[in-house]
Design a protein around this ligand. Structure first.
Ligand code: CTP
Ligand code: MG
Length: 182
């Protein structure tokens, strides 16, 4: 695969995992997942992880994945991209659900390490949802996963994701959608 194809496939395959965190900012609110529970005096997850945000994030990512599947034939006919992956149904859900799960696990770790809601955890903030979505996608469809996420694609994902993540969060912050730029 040419470099440009690797880039396009990496971005395309990860789009359903990129959207959930941003969608959760818009749909979030209401009761927190941890119900206010604490562990050793600190919140389990905190008020930043809500049922509505999680559901909205997963729904937005899954809808996008379904839309992408519908667009593959048209795009492939128009642009000579090597092979845009189609998402199997289990992956349509696994990518966004894994992204939300990774973000939730990161909040759990942040609270255990004494970081308040909204505090930055460089590295973890940028990759938690990548690890979560890749792990769930692998569990959901191992064959599809190894075919799609070849080593060059995986390496690309690990490099382009933090850049995109920082960029979109700064934008969301400037648009006052988010209270911190990370
Ligand atoms: N959000 C949500 N449910 C989620 C993830 C996010 O409701 N599962 C919403 C919350 O309103 C949250 C906002 O999206 O405040 C931004 O998400 P994020 O930066 O992940 O949460 P933080 O508030 O920074 O909390 P934490 O420190 O736990 O990451
Ligand atoms: Mg945050």
């Amino acid at each position: 695969m040419a470099l440009i194809d690797v880039l396009v496939v990496a971005f395309w395959a990860m789009l359903p995992a990129y959207v959930p965190n941003n969608a959760a900012v818009l749909t979030g609110g209401g009761p927190p997942i941890d119900g206010g529970r604490t562990m050793s005096g600190k919140r389990l997850l905190g008020d930043g992880k809500t049922w509505l945000g999680t559901a909205g994030g997963i729904a937005a990512g899954a809808l996008l994945a379904a839309l992408q599947n519908a667009l593959v034939p048209t795009i492939t006919a128009l642009v000579p991209v090597a092979s845009l992956p189609q998402f199997p149904l289990a992956v349509v859900v696994a990518l966004p659900a894994g992204a939300m799960l990774g973000d939730i696990v990161a909040s759990f770790l942040k609270r255990r390490s004494g970081r308040e809601r909204g505090s930055a955890f460089p590295g973890l903030d940028q990759l938690d949802f990548v690890l979560g979505s890749l792990a769930l996608a692998f569990l959901a469809a191992p064959g599809w996963f190894t075919q799609t996420f070849t080593l060059p694609v995986l390496v690309t994902v690990v490099f382009i994701t933090p850049v995109l993540h920082v960029g979109t969060n700064v934008l969301a912050y400037q648009l006052s959608l988010k209270s911190e730029p990370w």
